[in-house]
Design a protein around this ligand. Sequence first.
Ligand code: SF4
Length: 359
Amino acid sequence: MSLLFPNATPRDFAIRGALLRWYHANARPLPWRGAKDAYAIWVSEIMLQQTQVATVIPYYVRFLRAFPTVHRLARTSFERVAEQWSGLGYYRRARQLHRAAREVVARFNGKFPDQYQEARTLPGVGHYTACAVLSIAYNRPLPVLDGNVARVVARLNACRGNLHQVAFREQVERQLGCLLARRRPGDFNQALMEMGQTLCLPRTPQCSACPIQKWCKAFQEGNPELYPEPRARRPTERRHLAAAVVLRGNKVALVRGMDEGLLGDLWNFPSAFGESRKQAVANLQRKLAAHSGSGARPGPPAGSVRHTITFRSIQVTLYPFEPPPSRGAFRWFSLKELDRAAVSQLARKIAAVALVTRP
Ligand code: SF4
């Protein structure tokens, strides 16, 4: 997005003022609201990527309690970070946040950079995150454009298309640049996001309560829910996964990551994908033999769970494996340790079926 802004019209000024007044009176008291500490704002922005506000709140509070400063985060091991992140998903974000915290301490004396170009050099800090943190923490006049903001602006000006189309994106960015409040960019950006999350909803826009209704072209047309246009979705892939439940006493063997490079930062039950249940368990047996050199064989299926990872809809079948391998890249966890460890949601589901219900 160009960092130079076109001129605003009287209509833009009026919309801007109405938005800011509405935000001042109606902003939800979220735990990161009002924070001026760039680190706290940065953590919230990373957690909010692809995750709903209500889901993020408890994780955010817990994370900041565990790592109240960027120095504390930089000093800790990734294992500890992943434990706090466990359940929030998209673990790459946690990995990059941790690496970036170390860089902020090493290169910027523990202060999140207040210059756009410097912020962009940090792992996991893309254009959106840099603009959000800099506008909210340092009042830099940078507009932020996410799905919620795009929806409000597209409806306001009846822009055809969606965020995956370059022409639409450029049009919305230009209009956003005109609307941006130069003196209160952080509040303005949060006001638009808040509008998109609470009033200008995808299917049921609450136009009767909207502070900018009188300028909204989609409302005047009578069809706001048609903006923005839907994008073509990637079709769901149905997969089979065989997961090994390998027990030794009251402990279970887990490995880092899972098949096909998924969930690489988390502990998981050893597993393998296949086009069918039979093929998945054969792949798993081969994999276990290659990892541990053991000739462990699967017992009869001991349960199943369903799980979704992005576009994959996964049918997971659990197999007890005997005898337990004596070597390999396993780590042994007791049930109690599983609760606290950096374990994937899928592993927790499997544990609930395979271990908790075990006689
Ligand atoms: S009037 Fe309705 S569609 Fe237009 S911005 Fe407000 S809530 Fe969204």
